[in-house]
Design a protein around this ligand. Structure first.
Ligand SMILES: [Zn+2]
Ligand SMILES: [Zn+2]
Length: 330
């Protein structure tokens, strides 16, 4: 009996090990395209089907995660992004819905085989964020090295290194890095009182993707997004949220009504994002970080109303796992 049980257990273990190895999609690293996978399309408001902010970009052997909000690592893994190949994290700003899975990102990519420190880029303050996560995870690192040995899990891989990105001015973009054909630039967006907050542009072989981060309507974003294929923009249905604030206040909850009204000022409405997409002459506009959450699906209309009047290109409401493959143009 014991023998049978043991062999069943072994078979299950072997199967799960094999499938773990097969999980990553190696083509993402080597097929010469610019790949974009939406790994977190939610907001701070709870959504059963969406993790918080995260976009994965794979090109030229680089795997870059733009923001790593709570729940996003699971989406990176289930969408077969090669975890050991994560080569950089770009943080747009330090709101919790953009940084909550930083600990998981560092730990899981290390366990998957990343042996060098993980580079984490962001506005001034990024060092403080990393130091906090390093402290919180320091005991976990020791458990894992004691358990698996340092030969299996090089200590350097358990660490992240902060790379502060400084802008020369409010309107100029800064080159974050350029390697293996992938060029990453950062620029300022409008998310006061969060200062500075960045958007990022990633260019590879004539294709370009822009991630807005969290921003109100920003002329600077339009300037730096010019000619990109994809603009991934946060959106808040201001009319609906404004009405919700009124209802909440009438129901007697002044505190919550105030919180809702506060967030109206630092995100873009869908039509405002469409105006930016139009100005930048981008090909496809992708809405993400949608507030309120799209539940039930009939709420999609809140984000599409009036958009087609402004922007004639393709408009997509992002969901976790949505993927774009952009073949090289040059
Ligand atoms: Zn934010
Ligand atoms: Zn946010």
């Amino acid at each position: 009996m014991m023998k049978i049980l043991l062999s069943v257990l072994l078979a299950v273990l072997t199967m799960s090990l094999v499938s773990a190895q097969q999980q990553a999609d190696p083509a993402l690293l080597s097929d010469g395209q610019l790949h974009v996978v939406m790994c977190g399309t939610g907001s701070p408001l709870a959504d059963a089907t969406r993790a918080s902010a995260c976009v994965a970009v794979a090109a030229g052997g680089e795997v870059v995660l733009i923001d790593v909000g709570p729940g996003s690592w699971r989406q990176v893994a289930v969408n077969r992004i090669p975890a050991q190949a994560v080569s950089a994290v770009l943080l747009t700003h330090f709101h919790s819905d953009h940084i909550g899975d930083l600990g998981e990102t560092v730990t899981q990519s290390w366990l998957a085989g990343r042996a060098k420190p993980l580079e984490v880029y962001g506005p001034p303050g990024v060092e403080k964020v990393l130091a906090g996560f390093a402290q919180a995870y320091s005991q976990d690192v020791e458990y894992r090295i004691a358990h698996h040995t340092e030969a299996m899990l090089p200590r350097a891989g358990s660490t992240a290194v902060a790379r502060e990105v400084k802008l020369k001015s409010d309107t100029e973009a800064a080159v974050v890095f350029e390697r293996n054909g992938l060029k990453v630039t950062a620029f300022k967006v409008e998310h006061d009182p969060v200062k500075p907050a960045y958007g990022y542009r990633l260019d590879y072989k004539g294709r370009g993707v822009v991630v807005s981060g969290d921003t109100a309507k920003s002329a600077n974003l339009a300037k730096h997004a010019a000619g990109a294929d994809l603009l991934i923009h946060d959106v808040l249905a201001k009319d609906v949220m404004g009405m919700a604030a009124g209802n909440i206040e009438r129901a007697g909850d002044k505190r919550r009504a105030r919180l809702v009204r506060d967030i109206l000022t630092y995100h873009a409405a869908p039509v405002e994002a469409a105006e930016i997409a139009n100005e930048a002459k981008i090909e496809t506009l992708v809405f993400t970080h949608m507030v309120p959450p799209l539940n039930p699906p009939v709420t999609e209309q809140m984000f599409l109303r009036g958009v087609a009047d402004v922007f004639k290109g393709k408009v997509v409401l992002a969901k976790d796992g949505l993927r774009f493959d952009l073949p090289a143009r040059n």
